[in-house]
Design a protein around this ligand. Structure first.
Ligand code: F6R
Length: 613
């Protein structure tokens, strides 16, 4: 989604802003713009449609824009098509207020009508221009200064937003405010930086302030002050970011996606190490969940979007099987509007890499409003879901830059395994011996993933063969069905090949009519009891002309009699099979995308962090 950066210091702002926007490119965007000013000089605005390169060219890498205080934006269109006119920054007619905005203003029509009555004119199709003019209106009407004007606008605006605002009368200050859209502020000496995501400012400082929901901040040169919605000053302590800056660079790999695929052994190992003691016991005390609470759970709801939802899909099989607690998995966008029936002794688990996904955040709030304990499985420290959930389980994946998730997905699975084993142990559905076996097996996963990665050239070869595929079907049963959902999503999002994931037994209830000569059908067969059944379903496709690829464990060599191409994964506890089977599927999506010459790290129309519903 959109990205915001800001700089207030003594160096030229525009080159710093451009560099910051480059670090946010992974979020997805279709136009970009800068607003920069020097002391009392008029603010200068430059915008460009398309990639950031166009903005670099228009401003000669930022050198052509004079000023030491400024804001920048990459826009991912929501209201109005992606063009220069709709690109941010937007300003009031007299340039009294200039601002950039992330998020969506839901009542923009009502606000626009109000402003039209006060003779404001609108030149773009954006909701942002309405926010800018609303702030300008309150600034001039009440003459209470920037914080007052922004607070008044915030009380009228419905929706989600992060704003960065410049006021003509306050040349050496930037103002920012947020609701449900992230914003982080960092100070290094006499310079202040702000951004909608940490990688944009990590080069300058590790000590950052997370501005809270419905709060406003005033950024001076090397200073920051925070205000609540009542315009009262509030105190805030900085938090330290522990990632290293290189974690957000490509480090010799051609793309972030393949780098992050290779970082999965580390992400898995680091996540295991957060909660597993040397003696194999699992310690969930940092999450604040005690054994008494675990014994009480009568149901678990897992709520998430996209790949995180697919983690939920496999989780239901694992948790129900190991803990005998009923689990329901739901898309956050459905959960939030469904008036769900939640047992007060239940637990709602919200899974989110970014911790900012609008629907997941809303689902979390829905559960909290009903008084149900919530647990966030989150990768980004200090993100909204991490701050608002009753309990937080951090995935140790480090910054994930490629839009298509890989290592965060793998780390989320580990959190689920650990929760399931711990819950099962506490509730007495597994004994200590079984726990020890499972933990020992869990610790082998990083090595097993490495082993699969060593064989990546076979997948690369296979991808080259199928780069012209039009439709691909993924099938599996049980946990394998969950695995294929993620494989299919990876395929669609980065290679633009239509694919569908089907419960293997369901295909013949309609969809098999799409299978014809040469259609690629990929079966996942990691669960021993379901192996024969899924194989039969694959054969039903082969009889209708399908080309079969199978993913199964070493030892299941009978698959060679039916499948045209097989990828073997090391044997593991069946509950953990997803962690291994997903790796070849991620590689397949990646190599198909690269073979087709596509932008694998930033697929079209997608955004890394979906902060609008
Ligand atoms: C797919 C992908 C998305 C995200 C989804 C949720 O590769 O990355 O489907 O999983 O948008 O995002 P988070 O986990 O940030 O809530």
């Amino acid at each position: 989604m959109c990205g915001i950066v800001g700089f207030n210091g003594y160096e030229q702002a525009a080159p710093i802003l451009l560099e910051g926007l480059t670090k946010l490119e992974y979020r997805g965007y279709d136009s970009a713009g800068l607003a920069v000013r020097n002391d009392a000089n008029d603010v200068e605005l430059v915008k460009a449609k398309g990639r950031l390169r166009a903005l670099y060219e228009k401003t000669n890498g930022g050198i052509a824009m004079q000023g030491t205080c400024g804001i920048g934006h990459t826009r991912w269109a929501t209201h109005g098509e992606p063009n220069e006119n709709n690109a941010h920054p937007h300003c009031s007619d007299d340039r009294n207020v200039v601002a950039v905005h992330n998020g969506i203003i839901e009542n923009y029509k009502e606000l626009q009508a109000k402003l039209l009555r006060h003779d404001y004119k609108f030149y773009s199709q954006t909701d942002t221009e309405i926010a800018v003019k609303l702030i300008d209106y309150y600034y001039k009407k009440y003459k209470g200064g920037p914080v007052d004007a922004i607070a008044r606008a915030m009380m009228r605006i419905r929706g989600s937003y992060a704003l960065a605002v410049l006021f003509k009368d306050y040349p050496n200050e930037i103002y920012t405010a947020r609701k449900d859209s992230p914003m982080v502020i960092g100070i290094a000496g006499d310079e202040t930086f702000m951004a909608s995501d940490v990688p944009a400012i990590l080069k300058y400082t590790r000590n950052v302030y997370f501005i809270g929901n419905m709060e406003i901040a005033r950024l001076g040169k090397g200073t920051v002050e925070f205000f609540n919605i009542d315009r009262e000053l509030i105190e805030k302590e900085p938090e330290e970011i522990t990632w290293d800056a290189e974690a957000a660079e490509k480090g010799g790999f051609e793309h972030f996606m393949i780098k992050e695929i290779h970082e999965q052994p580390k992400a898995v190992r680091d996540t295991i190490n957060t909660s597993v003691n040397e003696d194999g016991t699992i310690d969930l005390s940092p999450l604040g969940i005690d054994e008494e609470e675990i014994r009480k759970y009568t149901q678990i709801h897992i709520v998430a979007c996209g790949s995180a939802y697919h983690v939920g899909m496999v989780s239901q099989y694992i948790i129900e099987d190991l803990c005998r607690i009923p689990v329901r998995v739901e898309l956050a966008s459905e959960f939030r509007y469904r008036n769900p029936i939640l047992d007060p002794n239940g637990l709602v688990i919200v899974i989110s890499q970014s911790g900012e996904t609008a629907d997941s955040l809303a689902a979390l709030r829905e559960a909290k409003s009903k008084g149900i304990p919530t647990l966030g499985i989150v990768n980004v420290i200090g993100s909204s879901i991490a701050r608002e959930a009753d309990h937080v389980f951090y995935t140790m994946a480090g910054p994930e830059i490629a839009v298509a998730t890989t290592k965060a997905y793998s780390a989320q699975l580990i959190c689920i395994y650990l929760l399931a084993i711990k819950f099962a142990e506490v509730r007495g559905t597994i004994d200590t011996e079984k726990r020890d076996q499972m933990i020992a097996e869990l610790r082998t996963l990083p090595y097993k993933i490495e082993r699969i990665l060593e064989d990546k050239e076979r997948i690369q070869w296979f991808a080259a063969k199928f780069s012209n595929a039009k439709d691909i079907f993924f099938i599996g049963r049980g946990i394998d069905y969950g695995i294929t959902m993620e494989g299919s999503l990876k395929m669609k999002e980065v290679s633009y090949i239509h694919s569908e994931a089907y419960a293997a037994g369901e295909l013949k209830h309609g969809t098999i009519s799409l299978v014809e000569d040469g259609t690629l059908v990929i079966g996942s067969l990691t669960q021993k009891e379901l192996y024969e059944k899924t194989l039969s379903n694959m054969l039903e496709c082969k009889t209708r002309g399908a080309y079969l690829m199978g993913i199964t464990s070493y030892g299941n060599y009978s698959i060679e009699d039916s499948a045209d191409f097989t990828v073997y994964i090391p044997k593991t506890d069946p509950h953990f099979a997803t962690s291994l089977a997903v790796i070849p599927l991620q590689l397949l999506g990646y190599y198909l995308s690269v073979t087709k010459g596509l932008n694998v790290d930033k697929p079209r129309n997608l955004a890394k962090s979906v902060t609008v519903e």
